[in-house]
Design a protein around this ligand. Structure first.
Ligand code: GLN
Length: 486
């Protein structure tokens, strides 16, 4: 049985299609693995389906873990928040529907930072997720449950969302592949909104081929999301094995706060790109230094508006209300939201209030435009922009919970692409010890491409992945080989 759990999504779907593997047995094996979750990666796992059918399609018969931010009809959906406890959505998110139409099925709903606000999963109302490489450390966030499930051998692949790094950073900290598509590539309908101008659905997978397979299924215009456009040419399986003729731009971002081990793996990966025939060039992204400042005005501003709907009337829990309606709103929100969500609502409301709007929200919007322009200029000279995905490897549980700014700095390298709306992928590039000492942990390498350049991005990532051979190099240390299950 262990053998079947080691197949990638592409391999399993091919074996099921060729009737070499029974979809029912495969699903049962994954259900068992998911039910034995010791990482707190799942908030809900699927029961045995009554019938095994509708397995046609490129994901035919493959169970996929789904971040608990996607609404699923009749299945509890909390977005990691106490305020949505007991909420049973009356409909299913378009991304989940598409995954099912391609033959995939929901394996479970994964734990996450409350309303996707966080970089460590410690902001979940349902307890932190543990990193399968070292259970004393965080898996990253906010799609930490999805990342830990895939890396820990509890799911073959997972859906996540990325607003400022929430797919790429946990993928990096867990040693797997995380793809954030172009804004608009995948429908946001039924994805509980955090910051609507930034939120994007993507995948957490063991390899780049599976990322392409999932994106091919998920992408597309959806009449239920007017900002969705899809990827016109579609997405095919990547096959490239060299990087000749491709230029990779390295921005001169501050190196402050980047761990020595992360820097080493990053430098080694640049050399690997050159060995594959790729060219390394310097690019300037001067406004990206302001990315974090702009993001932490814009995202909370949008969140403060999106979260206004949780008032105890329409969804989830209701508290108080004996005195009057206003008291009920206040008590429900005071008891339903966690500390980080409250911080964001207050920051966002402040930034949008009259008299401060221009000074904060207006300025941040200008920075956002500058960042997008910087990328446009860079892409006139290079095919891709590359950075470390995260300034550090997985950190210890509790290490940054008392210091929100330290937590926000996790997003330093991922936020600029989110603000520019462009696609970016994190692939595992090597192992490194944390600055403070300790065992070796995964380091992610981020590659960003122009809007809707996903196919070219996946091709380059595929070539680099093959040359890096991360999974083989990690060997028995890789938790999906049974470490986390065992
Ligand atoms: N860590 C970032 C935040 O807390 C990004 C989260 C995300 O991408 N959803 O806002």
């Amino acid at each position: 049985m262990a053998g079947m759990l080691e197949l990638t999504v592409a391999e399993a779907a091919a074996e099921i299609a060729a009737t070499e593997l029974s979809a029912a047995e495969y699903f049962a094996a994954w259900r068992e693995a998911a039910a034995a979750d010791e990482l707190n990666a799942y908030l809900w796992t699927a029961p045995e389906p009554e019938r095994h059918e509708d397995l046609e399609g490129p994901l035919g018969g493959v169970p996929i873990a789904v971040k608990d931010i996607f609404v699923t009809e009749g299945v509890p959906t909390t977005a990691g928040s106490r305020i949505l406890e007991g909420y049973l959505p009356p409909y299913t998110a378009s991304a989940v529907k598409r995954m099912r139409e391609a033959g995939g099925r929901v394996l479970g709903k994964t734990n996450m930072d409350e309303f996707a606000m966080g970089s460590s999963n410690e902001n979940s109302a349902y307890g932190p997720v543990l990193n399968p490489w070292d259970r004393g450390r965080v898996p990253g966030g906010s799609s930490g449950g999805s990342a830990a499930a895939v890396a820990g051998g509890l799911a073959p692949a997972a859906l996540g969302t990325d607003t400022g790094g929430s797919i790429r950073q946990p993928a990096s900290l867990c040693g797997i592949v995380g793809l954030k598509p172009t804004y608009g590539a995948v429908s946001r309908y039924g994805m509980i909104a955090f910051a609507s101008s930034l939120d994007q659905c993507g995948s957490l997978t063991r390899d780049v081929t599976d990322a392409a397979l999932l994106l091919a299924a998920l992408q597309g215009k959806d009449l239920c999301d007017s900002t969705s456009v899809g990827i016109e040419a579609g997405i095919g399986a990547p096959s490239r094995e060299d990087l000749s003729g491709l230029r990779f731009g390295v921005p001169q971002l501050t190196e402050e706060g980047v761990e020595a081990g992360v820097r080493e793996v990053f430098e080694a990966t640049l050399r690997r790109i050159e060995q594959l025939g790729g060219e390394i060039a310097e690019v300037e992204l001067p406004s990206s230094e302001l990315g974090i400042s702009a993001y932490y005005v814009l995202a909370p501003a949008e969140a403060s508006s999106n979260l206004a709907r949780y008032d105890g009337v329409r969804y989830g829990i209701r508290r108080g209300g004996d005195a009057d309606l206003l008291e009920m709103y206040e008590t429900t929100r005071a008891e339903g939201f966690g500390a980080e969500v409250k911080r964001r609502i207050m920051l966002g409301t402040y930034a949008l209030s009259s008299g401060y709007y221009e000074a904060y929200y207006g300025q941040a919007q200008k920075v956002r435009t500058r960042i997008a322009e910087d990328f446009e200029k860079a892409f006139a000279a290079v095919d891709f922009v590359v950075t470390p995905t995260s300034p550090s490897v997985a950190f210890e549980l509790g290490a940054k919970t008392a210091d929100p700014l330290a937590m926000y700095m996790n997003d330093f390298f991922t936020v600029p692409m989110s603000l520019a709306g462009i696609p970016a992928i994190s692939i595992p590039a090597g192992l490194a010890a944390p600055d403070g000492g300790g065992g070796e942990l995964p380091v992610g390498f981020q590659i960003a491409a122009p809007a809707f350049g996903e196919q070219k991005l996946l091709e380059a990532a595929h070539a680099l992945e093959g040359a890096l051979g991360f999974a083989a190099a990690a060997g028995d240390a890789a938790p999906w080989r049974g470490g986390a299950r065992g």
